[in-house]
Design a protein around this ligand. Sequence first.
Ligand code: SF4
Length: 367
Amino acid sequence: PKIRPQAPQISPRRKSRQIMVGSVPVGGDAPVSVQSMTTTLTSDVNSTLQQIAELTASGCQIVRVACPSQDDADALPLIAKKSPIPVIADIHFQPKYVFAAIDAGCAAVRVNPGNIKKFDDKVGEIAKAASAAGVPIRIGVNAGSLDKRLLEKYGKATPEALVESALWECSLFEEHGFQDIKISVKHNDPVIMIEAYRQLAARCDYPLHLGVTEAGPAFQGTIKSAVAFGALLSQGIGDTIRVSLSAPPVEEIKVGNQILESLGLRERGLEIVSCPACGRAQVDVYSLADRVTAALEGFPMPLRVAVMGCVVNGPGEAREADLGVASGNGKGQIFVKGEVIKTVPEDQIVETLVEEAMRIAEEAGID
Ligand code: SF4
């Protein structure tokens, strides 16, 4: 995805080394990517591929699948082969599945240092196999499964404990000359999570996978993730993001993409600039904004559409947009590129905006 050229830039990106997750570069000057995780049984290949297809269609760039059993490991080769986007295998406890995932052609493997004890003596073999296959490893530290040794040392999952766990695990891989690594240090509290990533960013140059873990149901999880990712990304920290919601994974992708668009890190698609309405509103702004959003969903090019409830700020905002309406007296003044092109009755506002949007796309040579 292109970065909107005219958008003012937030802070420069932290300099990180770049790794390749299949065809998707992560870190360095690569655009921040968006990922999610399937909720199907990985062993159910058809359902998993179906969900990956839905995720891909919604803008997911990398997908992770859990691999808790041999049946899941057995499904990995077909999933990795047929998935249109790179597949990361998520492995806890069992080193044998790391090797299975690498052999299966997965684009990367996530391991968790908190339950990696059995892994420690296998790090050399894992590094060797991953290196030979060109498969990066994500060291994924999670507050809920922090290494017992560090829990005893710090008393709880503090930012320092999360960072120490991640860097300790990295050092084990580094001893074997392996640095094809990205890191996450997730916590459900955005304040702790932000501090952990800040400390981590200052202490290594590995690319960072941002996540607020167990962020909650859609509303709360969206806010927590947006606040935490916004704080970090606005300081140039973060190379790939995963929003965790107790909601279908496609919702995670929509939120992740919207966060990047809001920060100007991703070209904005359909952007509805609608007013909150007030005592001056002369139209049902909420319903009008919803209907315009629904009618233009999936519009094939960036488009800023202003939906304004009255003529106070209406014409001004509508002029700044590609397309807009300022309502009043049961009518809508329709603006295109800053010019009033017509005034239509209220019940024709949505269809007129859609017609004009189509004309804009046609003029841009987009069907
Ligand atoms: Fe109120 Fe008009 Fe502003 Fe909407 S555009 S919030 S109706 S003053």
